[in-house]
Design a protein around this ligand. Sequence first.
Ligand code: PSU
Ligand code: MN
Length: 308
Amino acid sequence: MSKPWDKYMDVLPEIRQALDQGKAVVALESTIISHGMPYPDNLDCAANCERIVRDHGAVPATIAILKGRVKIGLNRGELEYLAKAKNVVKCSRRDLAAVLSLGQDGATTVAATMILADRVGIRFFATGGVGGVHRGAECSMDISADLTELQTTDVCVISAGVKSILDIGRTLEYMETLGIPVVAFGQNRFPAFYTPDSGFDAPLRVDDAAAAARMLKVKWDLALHGGIIIGNPIPPEYAVPPEKINGAIEEALRRADAKKITGKEITPFLLDAVKELTGGESLEANKRLVYGNAALAADMAAAFAVLS
Ligand code: PSU
Ligand code: MN
């Protein structure tokens, strides 16, 4: 049965086939490629993620918008184009219809990637960090649309937690309000991206992929729509020392404040400033944690495929 959105989408045949056969598929986002890392690290990271997903028995589906077409899966040339392109629109829920109707290139955030994954039936999605409640949000009202998407769209997001460029405590509170299960993997603490410990306990914990898959099965069988956020800690050997990363984040926030950066520009600005302030260290950590998330997402998708 064709759906109204099919006409806007190009799904790679391998992905279409895997979905039709109920096999494990893992979505990967594209804002991390265009706005999260510099070239050529972004290309390297994206290609490695796809390989790792395959090594763990799932089919990777990197999602982006190219010339007004939704791409569910990118070939090598398209991935390279996206990694080098300059005028790619950072595309969240509110931007999708505009970018598609105007025929533009768009890199999808966690929120937009969830939406497009959901439309084709992909239920697992690996990324680096999820957006959240920004520091000072009690005045700016800057809360990422990633959170409201997790409230309603049936996709499990595997991340390394949220960066402390955000207000992690308020992000956790807001996810409780929205009814989003927040699950730490293999530990009690919710991770903070570059470091395994945010200082906050996660409300829930699982210790293996099968347990996460069972939780999602129950949630969705009960028509409790929305996602789950899995916080998968960065492997300790790749973590950035907290003093180092926290100093960089404080300085990045001061720079953003001085330059009056707001809205959709703030997250990419902070990521770029932190990268500069830590030298290569934060970038290497960033890649390593994404690889861990790609592997775990594939394991979860495979465990879920067995249940359904
Ligand atoms: N956090 C990170 N790295 C990222 C992002 C967030 O540590 O690359 C990206 C993701 O694509 C996320 C988006 O969905 O930024 C959130 O942007 P905003 O805060 O404007 O909603
Ligand atoms: Mn925002």
